[in-house]
Design a protein around this ligand. Structure first.
Ligand SMILES: Cc1cc2nc3c(=O)[nH]c(=O)nc-3n(C[C@H](O)[C@H](O)[C@H](O)COP(=O)(O)OP(=O)(O)OC[C@H]3O[C@@H](n4cnc5c(N)ncnc54)[C@H](O)[C@@H]3O)c2cc1C
Length: 497
């Protein structure tokens, strides 16, 4: 669905953009290029949203690590319009699983895993696989049953159970098998061991799909993703748009089927069009007059998962691995992934030092979220030492970054809830256009967040794209083969109590 440059151009009038993350800034930039500067209201004091690069005492780290890869040519072109080619580095993707003091290939390669686990455990794993061939798990409708049936209980215990719990916050026994089936696509321990051997016997390499290269290397701005959004901020301001920081939207006045004003603590902005990247449910809650109770209930029922990162400065020569990040399956620690920011870009760290980012999915208000920075840094150091990756005493400094609403939650009612909110908007505020990730409550990465913004601007200029049709899951279904990790798909999780 390319932006339609031949569409008739119309004047969108006064456009207000909510949020200065990738979607909001992209919308503002595209509007500016079309000769329609706008007003952007950003709730915080920084640009980039979840794609910002945090800078503390000269160290730079991402919220997670942000790879730049896309299959959308318009987005690729825009990245290189905003930053020069020299600002980008092409990075090899390197990431492995770190488990019981050893590195394992990611995604799991059974031969490599069995070799690393040692002869005795490898035999146990193979016997366990033999057992499930004879006594398949009774309930294969869950992710647990599905994986155990295909890999055996022991390999499931080593490589699937804990990690899934860390990332999704629930055991695989509460996640539907459908998601696992899409990702693993009929793979089993037997096939995973036999197919590469068969290919080797047949004198050819195991089939590599073209999309793999997309995941094996990625672009990365040399000072992190925030560099893209800081540059975009400058361009947007040069175009004549107004960017207001610390301006969280508090209410949106609407009448006769259209939004007429957007209020922040300091000002009331009269509007003709609103492009919103603020969380979809918060957008509906901000409506004045308020939305009906049923719509409010749907908004309140949409959930998120929050994210916390403990960044620890360490001597460069103490980091013995060069992966961009490692997955942590060990059940004795809470961290699920450790970023190695020096491997993302040497410009993120200072000479002779490196920064390791321990990542946690948490919930606002839980013990981890509420712990003081000092406590979290101490926990992070202890976890690094428990993992055998570093002595706690080697850590030179630590910083904590909390990112609320990092992941829109998919549960059994989220699609219906999103439909209810969309329907209300269509009839009561049709000039309010949700874009981006939380803006649409969709697992959009930067590229799709940007693309929804680009198409929305086209629409304001006269085109008629269906923004909700920008499809995250299908476009990146190479993930379903279990070949890597773009983070673009998510299972349906059980409803929270
Ligand atoms: C751990 C992690 C790793 C990721 N890795 C990658 C990756 O490798 N590659 C990739 O492309 N993408 C990645 N992503 C996804 C990427 O971060 C998002 O797709 C992108 O930031 C979404 O852009 P957005 O503008 O829609 O939303 P956001 O980035 O959330 O920006 C929204 C902005 O709106 C502001 N806002 C919110 N509420 C209000 C309000 N009421 N009033 C005013 N302003 C408001 C926020 O402060 C924020 O600045 C990752 C995400 C996570 C959580």
């Amino acid at each position: 669905m390319p932006p339609d440059s031949s569409a008739p151009r119309q004047d969108p009038g006064r456009v207000l953009v909510i949020g200065a993350g990738p979607a909001g800034l992209t919308a503002a930039y595209q509007l500016g290029k079309a000769g329609h500067p706008c007003t952007i209201v950003e709730g915080t004091s920084v640009v980039g949203g979840i794609s910002q690069t945090v800078v503390r005492d000269g160290w730079r780290f991402d919220i997670g690590g942000h790879r730049f890869f896309t299959k959308v040519p318009e987005v690729e072109a825009l990245w290189h319009e905003i930053l020069s080619d020299e600002d980008f580095m092409l990075r090899p993707r390197a990431s492995r699983i770190y488990y019981q003091g050893k590195f394992y290939a990611y995604p799991i390669k059974p031969l490599n895993a069995l070799r690393n686990l040692g002869v005795i455990e490898a035999i146990r794993c193979v016997l366990s696989y033999g057992w499930v061939r004879i006594h398949p798990p009774k309930d294969q409708s869950t992710l647990e049953g599905y994986i155990a049936a295909n890999y055996g209980w022991r390999l499931y215990g080593h490589f699937f159970r804990t990690y899934s719990e860390k990332v999704w916050g629930v055991p695989p026994s509460q996640i539907s098998a459908e998601w696992g089936a899409q990702r693993i696509k009929g793979m089993s321990l037997f096939k995973a061991v036999w197919e590469p051997l068969r290919a080797r016997f047949a004198g050819r390499r195991a089939g590599r799909r073209q999309v793999t290269s997309l995941i094996e290397e990625f672009q990365y701005p040399k000072f992190g993703p925030g560099m893209m959004w800081e540059r975009c901020r400058d361009l947007v301001v040069e175009q004549g748009s107004t960017l207001l920081f610390r301006a969280p939207v508090t209410s949106i006045g609407h009448r006769d089927g259209r939004a007429v004003s957007v209020s922040t603590p300091e000002a009331l902005h009269e509007v003709d069009q609103v492009i919103s990247s603020m969380p979809f449910n918060a957008l509906l809650r901000a409506m004045d007059p308020p939305v009906p109770a049923a719509v409010l209930a749907a908004a309140d029922d949409l959930g998120f998962r929050d994210f916390l990162s403990v960044a620890l400065v360490v001597p460069a020569d103490k980091v013995a691995w060069t992966d961009n990040w490692i997955y942590i399956h060990a059940p004795e620690v809470k961290t699920m992934r450790v970023q190695n920011f020096g491997s993302w870009s040497p410009h993120m760290v200072k000479e002779g030092h490196n920064v390791l980012g321990l990542e946690y999915t948490v919930e606002q208000g839980d013990d981890w979220w509420n712990a003081s920075d000092e406590e979290l840094i101490a926990k992070g150091k202890a976890e690094l030492e428990a993992l055998g990756l570093m002595q706690a005493s080697d850590v030179e400094a630590g910083y904590v970054v909390r990112m609320p609403k990092a992941y829109p939650l998919y549960d059994s009612t989220y699609k219906a809830n999103v439909e209810i909110l969309r329907d209300w908007l269509r009839h009561n505020a049709s000039n309010v256009h949700p874009v981006g990730r939380n803006g649409m409550h969709k697992y959009n990465n930067q590229d799709h967040s940007m693309f929804t913004a680009m198409l929305t601007v086209e629409n304001l200029l006269g085109a008629s794209h269906d923004i909700w049709n920008v499809n995250v899951e299908e476009e990146y279904h190479e993930e379903s083969s279990g070949k890597g990790g773009t983070g673009r798909d998510a299972p349906i999780l059980p409803k929270r109590a």
